[in-house]
Design a protein around this ligand. Structure first.
Ligand code: E4P
Length: 232
């Protein structure tokens, strides 16, 4: 399962990339506005850092405008994935860009039928929005399960399910069980995945016990051991 970071904040992306935990990044106009930088410079910088798929969203409302923006955005970096809304113009632009070999992420997906259409249009990724469905008392997870099952029925459909609008650690657990190919998660959720009080307690206990071990400098010990072995 691939992890994408759902942010346009460069410091967060650098940090998560340094941890070795992210395969790509998703942005949207809201995240770009929150981060505050120049759109294209930000996308380029993110691509340089992650060297993996980076979703950059078009903002035109007609297919012609989306195509023009998408073709230009794809020239910013080979890592750019053009993000398009799940509307008829978005699907039209997706079909055309896919035929040209440009990778696409069809976003704002809220039904399995919409996901089928995104796959028919040749989308590289479809983004069902889990949290926003949960927000309106609809089972977002069931949507992910349904799309995964439907795509499995038709192996010719190559579109990957990118679980989006992930809000908490249980969402990650659930979409992984459901078989989503990718999940995009905010930094707060990524950090929350690692936390467990028994891990923290265990580390503290091991370190306390280690202090009672004589000659407990591991590096010095290994270097001495290696030097002795080289002389033997
Ligand atoms: C990512 O592609 C989506 O734009 C994002 O996950 C939406 O998340 P939100 O519903 O928390 O805004």
């Amino acid at each position: 399962m691939k992890f994408f970071l759902d942010t346009a904040k460069i410091d967060e992306i650098r940090q998560a990339h340094a941890w070795g935990l992210i395969d790509g990044v998703t942005t949207n106009p809201t995240l770009i506005a929150r981060a505050g930088g120049d759109f294209v410079e930000t996308i380029h910088q993110i691509c340089e850092i992650v060297q993996g798929p980076v979703s950059a969203e078009t903002v035109s409302e007609d297919a012609e405008g989306m195509l023009r923006e998408g073709r230009l955005l794809a020239r910013v970096s080979p890592h750019v994935v053009v993000k398009l809304p799940l509307t008829l113009p978005g699907l039209q632009a997706c079909s055309a860009l896919s035929a040209e070999g440009v990778r696409t992420n069809v976003t704002l997906c809220f039904t399995a039928n919409q996901a089928l259409l995104a796959a028919k249009a040749g989308a590289t990724y479809v983004s069902p929005f889990l949290g926003r469905l949960d927000d309106i008392s609809t089972d977002g997870l069931q949507l992910i399960r349904d799309i995964v099952a439907i795509y499995r029925n038709y192996p010719a459909l190559q579109t990957q399910v990118l679980a989006a609008s992930v809000r908490h650690p249980m969402h990650m657990h659930q979409v992984a069980l459901a078989g989503a190919h990718v999940a995009t998660l905010p930094m707060s959720v990524l950090k929350s995945l690692v936390s467990h009080p028994l891990t923290d307690k265990g580390v503290a206990a091991f370190l306390a016990d280690w202090k009672t071990v004589p000659n407990n400098d591991i590096c010095a010990q290994v270097e001495a051991f290696l030097a002795k072995r080289a002389q033997a």
